[in-house]
Ligand binder design. Structure first.
Ligand SMILES: [Zn+2]
Length: 447
């Protein structure tokens, strides 16, 4: 007899939805059937959607390092409640940044018993770790993150000449190079000018990070990727024009993927101006017209991944008194991705829920080296699953967030379609919004 069965659910794949039952044994999906399955424990899935567990490939949990902003225990608990079963954690906002294999192992050991869900690590791609990249790849990093603008003391940015070199290295190791694309000449100049003139509001911040900066930087990466034949991933694309440019290059044969985030799909620059620094992120949230165009891109399968870019901070770091340029840039969204995307895409815009299975599970798994065992509801795959009740209403409040710092730009949103059960490798880890087991069984996946 099976260990666990979920019967009569609406099973969501990246292409279609069908009514069926899933049998789970030894942490894997063992059986998919039209009729109910007998098992030691049976979950009635009637009227609920069963999605593959969400894979969030862009998360900053800051552990070890800036753990007053977030840590693995709080971050992965929040993720599990929100239906996320695997994250790929970023190498910066770690102390030290994950720039070589030794640091990778220190981080692995440090968080080894802290995680409620499975996890994998990005490696750093900075100007001082050229000779360490191979070791990092061997340790299990599939993707390497790089910036074209400075981000921190030990997280140096690369100039275009260095990027040409680095892409040769990542190509030779079958690694994915991910880029934060904003042109530093433009944004640094605009910021200095604004500071000199004493213009420090969030409006001035938006003005200092124009769309042209994102387009120019993205195009540089795409041209270099084309020249070198390397695989690149464009992080947190904020605007439809950038999406379209990426597809022009894809049509020319460049191996490029892209991600966007819920905050670019829900909010507008008016929301940012109205609400201030809590909505500060980079690239910034764009104009209202962009929203429909971004959703059209999702509907037409032009966006690979929807990720949180969970970038938590303390509330003091978002204080209006700091001025917009000195306030923390980043939004906490790890817990609320599935519910907000279901509400925004399916409830409000009438999209098929398949876009969620595609952009928040299958495609991220494939791109980040997990595609052979995660990201889909398939026989032999890890039984990472999330059950969503399409009739359940929700409201995001600060208290509803399991983050270490309980605030977010998503607070106060209301909607329909709520994750009610999260299953990690065949074990129910969350039921009705609360952890159902105290043990933390999340495992590191070395890609
Ligand atoms: Zn990020």
């Amino acid at each position: 007899m099976m260990h666990l069965a979920i019967n009569n659910a609406m099973i969501v794949t990246d292409k279609n939805i069908f009514k069926g039952s899933i049998g789970i044994q030894d942490g894997k999906v063992e059986l998919i059937s039209q009729s109910p399955i007998e098992a030691d424990k049976v979950i009635q899935g009637d009227g609920k959607y069963l999605f593959p567990g969400i894979i969030d490939n862009h998360v900053h949990l800051n552990d070890p390092g800036f753990t007053w902003r977030e840590d693995f225990a709080h971050g992965t608990k929040a993720a599990a409640i929100g239906g996320v079963t695997t994250i790929v954690d970023m190498p910066m906002q770690n102390e030290p940044a994950v720039s070589n294999a030794e640091i990778f192992e220190i981080k692995a050991k440090h968080v080894s018993s802290a995680s409620y869900i499975d996890y994998s690590f990005w490696g750093a791609l900075v100007d001082y770790n050229r000779s360490d990249i191979k070791g990092l790849r061997k340790a299990g990093a599939k993707a390497f993150k790089s910036f074209m603008c400075p981000v921190g003391k030990d997280y140096t940015s690369l100039f275009t000449g260095q990027i040409r070199d680095m892409l040769e290295i990542t190509k030779s190791m079958d690694a994915l190079a991910g880029f934060h694309c904003e042109d530093y000449n433009i944004i640094a100049y605009e910021e200095q000018k604004a500071r000199r003139e004493g213009r420090l509001s969030i409006k001035d911040y938006l003005k200092a990070r124009p769309l042209s900066a994102e387009i120019i930087a993205t195009q540089e990466i795409l041209e270099i990727a084309r020249e070198k034949g390397a695989q690149v991933h464009i992080c947190h694309v904020s605007h439809r024009d950038v999406v379209d440019m990426i597809h022009e290059y894809r049509n020319k044969g460049v191996e490029v993927s892209l991600e966007t985030c819920p905050h670019y799909l829900i909010f507008t620059e008016e929301d940012v101006i109205e609400n201030g620094n809590v909505y500060k992120c980079s690239p910034p949230i764009r104009e209202k017209n962009n929203l429909n165009l971004m959703w059209e891109a999702i509907e037409n399968d032009r966006i690979d991944c929807i990720v949180s870019d969970h970038s938590p901070s303390q509330i003091d770091e978002k204080a209006e008194s700091l001025g917009a340029f000195d306030a923390w840039g980043g939004i906490s969204g790890l817990q609320t991705g599935l519910m907000t995307m279901y509400n925004e895409g399916v409830v409000k815009r009438g999209l098929e829920p398949t876009f969620i299975a595609r952009t928040m599970a299958k495609r991220p798994a494939e791109l980040f080296g997990l595609g052979a065992f995660k990201g889909q509801i398939q026989i032999g795959y890890d039984a990472d699953l999330v059950l969503l009740d399409p009739k359940a209403h929700w409201e995001i409040t600060d208290e509803s967030l399991a983050y270490l710092n309980k605030f977010s730009a998503f607070t106060r949103l209301k909607g329909k379609g709520k994750p009610v059960m999260t299953i990690l490798r065949g074990e129910i880890i969350v039921e009705n919004g609360a952890l159902s087991m105290v043990e933390r069984k999340g495992q590191l996946i070395r890609c």
